[in-house]
Design a protein around this ligand. Structure first.
Ligand code: PLP
Length: 422
């Protein structure tokens, strides 16, 4: 093996959920032929109406004179002009904004966008000061764990817990008594709706975070991979918040186009310019085929319509199936709490005072043919010890209804045994 630099060694380590995926893939291989209920996936399902939409847009592109221009040519780093125009028009009309093309950047997936932002704003300045990447509410997206070339820059804050004991439900809130955003902050990032918890920070909480960051001119990146207008995977009302220091970040991955790698940043011109230059250096630009079909789906209004009428109800129904099954099968006297299902494609279960770790619980569940993701992988940047980190599980809503019902019934039995110390 060639000698690796510090960054090389760091970037060749798998972080968070990617590390667990290896174990899951091996488990699936070792049990081939056996019926395993895999509720670990972050990959959205292929919904027929969504697939049809992208197929139709592709047919339209193929039949147009634009095709050669799209796939046979390099383009600008900022993105394919017709897509940028489609997004500006759509957001201006929907949200009463005055976006111009200079407020928008297209990236190869939104993961890349967070990588650019984390390293443009977080890390050491030319004068040696450490600028932090602040995650205001932990747990949050596991992918934030690997985006920073200076790992010590990533810092996450423990949340406050809103617990409804009798209903066995809870919700995370940002703990504003602890959250610190100051001149040492480089940028702020959070997902809304949140992967893994399904939490949606309230409009007021978002405004408060943006207001804390504004005096220091700190960009606040709102990861809207599950937000409206597409994929519209919010099950509770939420407004999109646009402020001078907010970079609204979205993705077409959960709207049926994960393979085409399309991330979208919307924000002030200065910040977009920084991210665009970073992109020119790192990757030139995103693939143009995906951008050309996305422009069609946004201009016709079909993407937003399918998001609201097909994608959202599909996953909202999955959450109901899961929640009803847990209510019916989890013992009432155990301290289990399901996070309020406010959006995204996951359920988040907290087993308070669990006598075994989340990793051990995951192993026990595997023995009865059910795979979920142990929760401790979703606390990137949270440095302090906190038993809660080892008491949670992420359950993907991408299973069939039957799989969710059977999986949750088995999980209830495993939980009962774990608390009994069996
Ligand atoms: N942000 C969140 C909250 C996600 O769940 C994901 C993917 O699962 C991403 C970002 C990355 O998505 P992509 O790079 O495909 O846009």
């Amino acid at each position: 093996n060639p000698a690796l630099t510090k960054i090389g060694a760091q970037m060749s380590n798998l972080t968070g959920v990617r590390a667990i995926m290896k174990d899951i893939v091996e488990t699936l291989k070792a049990n081939a032929g056996q019926e395993l209920i895999n509720l670990s996936a972050g990959n959205p399902l292929i919904l027929p109406a969504v697939e049809r939409l992208w197929r139709d847009c592709t047919a339209d592109l193929l039949a147009s004179s634009e095709y050669g221009e799209v796939v046979c040519r390099y383009g600008s780093s900022q993105g394919y002009a017709p897509l940028i125009e489609a997004i500006a028009n759509d957001f201006n009309r929907r949200y009463g904004l005055k976006l111009s093309d200079r407020n928008i950047l297209i990236t190869p997936g939104s993961q890349t966008l967070y990588f650019y932002a984390a390293n443009a704003f977080g890390g050491y300045t030319t004068t040696g000061e450490l600028k932090q990447i602040v995650l205001p509410l932990s747990p949050d997206y596991t992918g934030y764990g690997g985006i920073c070339l200076v790992p010590e820059a990533l810092i996450a804050y423990k949340p406050a817990l809103d617990i409804d004991e009798s209903a066995h439900r809870f919700k995370y809130r940002p703990d504003f008594s602890q959250l610190s955003i100051s001149e040492t902050t480089g940028c702020v990032i959070f997902s809304r709706p949140c992967n893994p918890t399904g939490n949606v920070l309230t409009d007021e909480e978002v405004r408060k975070i943006a207001a804390l960051a504004a005096p220091y001119d700190v960009p606040v990146l709102i990861d809207s991979a599950y937000a409206p207008p597409f994929p519209a995977l919010n099950f509770t009302d939420m407004s999109l918040i646009f402020e001078e220091n907010i970079i609204h970040c979205t993705s077409l991955s959960k709207a049926g186009l994960p393979g085409e790698r399309i991330g979208i940043a919307i924000g002030n011109e200065r910040t977009i310019q920084v991210l665009e230059s970073f992109q020119t250096n790192a990757s030139l630009h995103s693939s143009r085929y995906g951008q050309a079909i996305a422009a069609r789906a946004i201009n016709s209004g079909a993407l937003a319509e399918i998001a609201e009428q097909v994608i959202r109800p599909f996953y909202q129904n999955k959450f109901s199936v899961l929640e009803n099954t847990l209510d019916a099968s989890m013992p009432k006297d155990l301290p289990w709490f399901l996070h309020r299902g406010e959006g995204a494609i996951f359920a988040w279960l907290w087993l308070k005072d669990l006598p075994i770790t989340d990793w051990e619980f995951y192993q026990e569940l595997k023995k009865v043919g059910v795979i979920v993701v142990p929760g401790s992988t979703f606390f990137p940047g949270l440095k302090e010890e906190w038993p809660h980190k080892q008491q949670c599980l992420r359950i993907s809503l991408t299973g069939s209804d039957e799989e969710l019902v059977t999986g949750m019934r088995r999980l209830a039995k495993v939980a009962e045994q774990a608390y009994q110390g069996a």
